[in-house]
Design a protein around this ligand. Structure first.
Ligand code: GRG
Length: 308
């Protein structure tokens, strides 16, 4: 429990220092990724340079932070969740590289830098994404396992979240929905898969690294699902309200591509209300942790209020 004891024995709880948590977590994860990935000079050097280019381009590292925070909530050591955190970030970065390709969203900027295919060409960018996808499983396969969760469970967790029923399904529905009228149910289907699945997987893997109980895993699942949906609603809002410089990627793309988004379907005010409601549901899911989930709570609050 965080807080200082007074002379009467009562405790004044101190606000969780999310800044330090994120700084330390990012440093740990960056070091891990650097260690797990082949050196940029490893032959063939182009592919390894390209994989590292997008991985170290300055992403917010929110998914790894969720892994580490969930591990902490379940009484684990964040260091034991490092492989899980690095694996999730590799999947996420692969999906961004492929999403930016001309055949998909055709974006020139990502993480404040020219996109992978703009620097290395389309062929290498496709392969860099493939390399990171495969690398994710190589990294996760090196994780220490716990009594309740053998390696099979970890691999299945990541494979399912990033496979054709989740992450890829979301992307397919997104591609096929462009320019067509979409109802809120279909939009939720896309957001659940394109975004929420990997955020949910992140907290579940964090819990598994700490040998969480089935009840804790269920609570993390509910938290991750709701935070994941809120994250995408906020992402939709930021696409409308922020500049490309603020976001580090091209703003206004959703409208330009006639994509269905929460603001397009329901307006900005209603979208903000939905994001707040989802975050409240996420907070409520943390009740079984009885105050031990301060990092997860702070992250959920930050993700709701973020401006990039
Ligand atoms: C399988 C090709 C393929 C794509 C899957 C993830 C995805 C679908 C597409 C990427 C584009 C997109 C809008 C995804 C939704 C998730 C999302 C909001 C990604 C951006 O995540 P941030 O803001 O990015 O955490 P950084 O760069 O900070 O890591």
């Amino acid at each position: 429990m965080s807080g200082t004891a007074t002379r009467t024995g009562a405790r004044h709880s101190q606000p969780f220092d999310l800044g330090s948590f994120l700084e330390n977590g990012t440093a740990l994860v960056n070091k891990g990724l650097d260690r797990y990935l082949p050196k940029a000079t490893a032959k063939p050097a182009t592919i390894h340079a390209a994989m590292r280019y997008s991985l170290f381009a300055g992403g917010k590292r929110m998914r790894p932070a969720l892994v580490l925070a969930a591990a902490t909530a379940c009484g684990g050591d964040p260091a034991d969740a490092l492989s899980h955190a690095c694996a999730v970030e590799c999947i996420h970065t692969y999906s961004l590289i492929h999403d930016d390709l001309p055949a998909m969203d055709n974006d020139d900027f990502r993480r404040g830098k020219p996109t992978n295919h703009k620097v290395y060409g389309e062929g290498i960018a496709i392969l860099a994404g493939d390399g990171l996808l495969t690398q994710a499983f190589e990294i996760l396969a090196q994780a220490d396992t716990t009594k309740r969760y053998p390696m099979k469970d970890l691999i299945l967790e990541l494979a399912k979240a990033s496979g054709s029923l989740q992450l890829i399904a979301g992307q397919v529905a997104d591609l096929e929905g462009e320019g067509k009228p979409i109802d809120p149910a279909q939009l939720r289907y896309i957001h659940e898969r394109k975004t929420s699945a990997l955020l949910c997987c992140s907290v579940r893997l964090g819990g598994m690294s700490a040998n969480c109980t089935p009840d804790q895993l269920a609570a993390l699942t509910a938290f991750g699902y709701n935070v994941g949906l809120a994250f995408q609603v906020i992402d939709d809002i930021l696409d409308v309200t922020q500049t490309s410089e603020q976001l580090g990627k091209t703003a206004g793309k959703d409208q330009a591509a006639a994509k269905a988004t929460y603001p397009a379907l329901l307006g900005l005010d209603e979208s903000r209300k939905i994001a707040t409601r989802l975050t409240t549901k996420a907070f409520n899911a943390l009740k079984p942790f009885k105050g031990k989930a301060a990092a997860l709570e702070a992250l959920a609050r930050y993700l709701l209020q973020r401006d990039r």
